[in-house]
Design a protein around this ligand. Structure first.
Ligand code: BG6
Length: 502
């Protein structure tokens, strides 16, 4: 990963330009990059959709998104004017190859004005069923002339199983070189997530104990309070396993478990990540009950407000057996991690929105202190906090002040707030800049996506094929189904962020 510089002249085409993702994430991120001086002087953003809009109307809609969702708050009028003069709208039906020539004409015009060949980014902010047709039409239309300097960005979900992911990879790779394909997982752009690598590999003191000899178990927990928020029709085809585990939680697992890369080159880091997925124990269909628990929320209370069950969500069938919660016990079968359970869990409508990784160390080999000195004794824990706190916390034992020898756990803490939070980019800002600079370190390579599906397919198939009979099995506002506690209690463990423990 080279030091960041301003990207080359770029034409950024957003398919699905009138959609939610563009309004909430992509345009606010591009605007912030502009504010921070990261965009080149020669850039153009072309949004596309099926509805007719003038450039002015389109810009106005996007301003609404920036004002509402940007981390920097409402846009300054004058600066927005300058920035939005680079935004254009082109109505197009993505199924019609002819329509794509209009983008090529626009690029040609920019090329003339700038007197330079621009880099062309096709951002597919559309439903997955359009990924293939857009890629094919790019290749069939005049846009093909720009293929050597084109990048294509694909949002998740990348496939809905191993077969469809392979098909999509094959199609994309028949048009683009792998180095031109950017499969986004926004978790990789989060500051603390990237900081896991710095923490592990820029410090000498943690790596010697980062293995089965010292670590008892690892927990990766991503809980959300939100329900469907209008996304029911998508979510009911995905569920927690496809929506969160196959991508976001697996990325976190890879960063915690990977071997030290020789360099911070994209392929070296990606090789080490994919090694982790390839080392995951394959779960046989008959063993799924020992390794995985699914859940679906019923009605309940969140922050004092009554919320409905999953079955009452808009666009969700009343008898849906889709999972909104998943917990897994995984093993990375290699020299470093043999025998160490990695517990993953994620769910909607849980008690708190919280993302944490807990590295639970083994107890001391011998207790020098009498049992009564340490009523509240706990083995060391290293907690990587991703949300809402952003930082790293080490829990260790200390002597309580006073005449007696009494021990209690204390924290050593690093908070990201110690840096200027306003300077902390959002995941999408980091990732969009990387795309424009051609740096794919923080993106998923074809083999990683397929490897992740390969590991999960037995569970995906079993859960798709056998509808759950006990849904809903957790109340909204709870910490998920009791079976998930049982899943890890078998090995004497409990979820670290359960109330009263953290
Ligand atoms: C998205 C999922 O990829 O990630 C959503 O589709 C989920 O269902 C979201 O809510 C969570 O992201 P974050 O950054 O809020 O943890």
């Amino acid at each position: 990963m080279p030091k960041k510089t301003k990207p080359e002249p770029t034409v950024f085409i957003v398919f699905g330009g009138t959609g939610d993702l563009n309004a909430r994430k992509i345009t606010p991120a591009l605007f912030n990059l502009y504010l921070d001086g990261w965009l080149p002087d020669e850039f153009a953003i072309i949004g596309t959709g099926r509805t007719e809009f003038t450039d002015e109307q389109f810009r106005k809609n996007l301003l609404g998104g920036v004002d509402q969702f940007s981390r920097k708050g409402k846009a300054d009028k004058k600066i927005w004017q300058e920035f939005s003069s680079h935004i254009f709208y082109q109505v197009a039906d993505v199924n019609n190859a002819k329509a794509y020539d209009k983008f090529a004409d626009r690029i040609e015009q920019h090329k003339k004005d700038w007197e330079k060949d621009p880099c062309v980014v096709h951002y597919l902010a559309v439903a997955p069923r359009f990924f293939s047709v857009i890629a094919e039409n790019v290749a069939k239309s005049k846009l093909a002339d720009y293929l050597p300097t084109t990048r294509i960005v694909v949002e998740k979900p990348f496939g809905r199983d191993l077969e469809s992911a392979k098909e999509l990879n094959a199609l994309l790779q028949s048009i683009f070189d792998e180095s031109q394909i950017y499969r986004i997982d926004h978790y990789l752009g989060k500051e603390t997530v990237q900081n896991i690598l710095a923490f592990r590999f820029a410090n000498a003191m943690f790596e010697p104990i980062w293995n089965r000899n010292y670590i008892d178990n690892v927990q990766i927990s991503v809980s959300e309070q939100l329900g469907m928020e209008g996304r029911g029709s998508y979510y009911d085809t995905a569920g927690a396993l496809r929506d969160m585990v196959q991508n976001h939680l697996f990325q976190l697992l890879c960063l915690v478990a990977m071997e030290p890369p020789v360099s911070y080159e994209a392929d070296e880091v990606r090789n080490r990540r994919v090694d982790v997925v390839n080392a995951l124990r394959r779960i046989r269909p008959e063993e799924i009950g020992e390794y995985a628990v699914r859940g679906q929320y019923g009605a309940g209370w969140i922050e004092g407000e009554k919320v409905e069950s999953y079955h009452h969500e808009e666009d969700v069938p009343k008898d849906s057996s889709q999972n909104t919660y998943a917990a897994l016990k995984l093993f990375v079968e290699n020299w470093r991690w043999n025998g160490v359970p990695f517990y993953l869990r994620t769910g909607k409508r849980m008690n708190e929105k919280k993302s944490v990784i807990t590295i639970q160390f083994k107890p001391v080999p011998h207790q020098s202190f009498p049992a009564q000195t340490a009523a509240n004794w706990q083995p060391n824990r290293l907690i990587i906090e991703i949300y809402p706190c952003v930082g790293i916390r080490l829990e260790f034992q200390a002597k309580r002040p006073g005449p007696e020898m009494l021990l209690s756990p204390v924290d050593m803490q690093f908070n990201y707030d110690e840096f200027d939070a306003a300077d902390t980019p959002e995941a999408y800002e980091t990732l969009l800049l990387d795309i424009m600079e051609g740096d794919s370190t923080l993106f998923m390579r074809a083999d990683q996506v397929e490897a992740a599906w390969r590991v999960l397919m037995p569970i995906v198939d079993a859960w798709d094929d056998t509808p759950a009979t006990d849904f809903p099995n957790y109340e909204s506002g709870s910490w998920g189904p009791a079976e998930a506690d049982a899943l890890i209690a078998k090995a004497g463990h409990s979820w670290a962020s359960a109330p009263g423990i953290d």
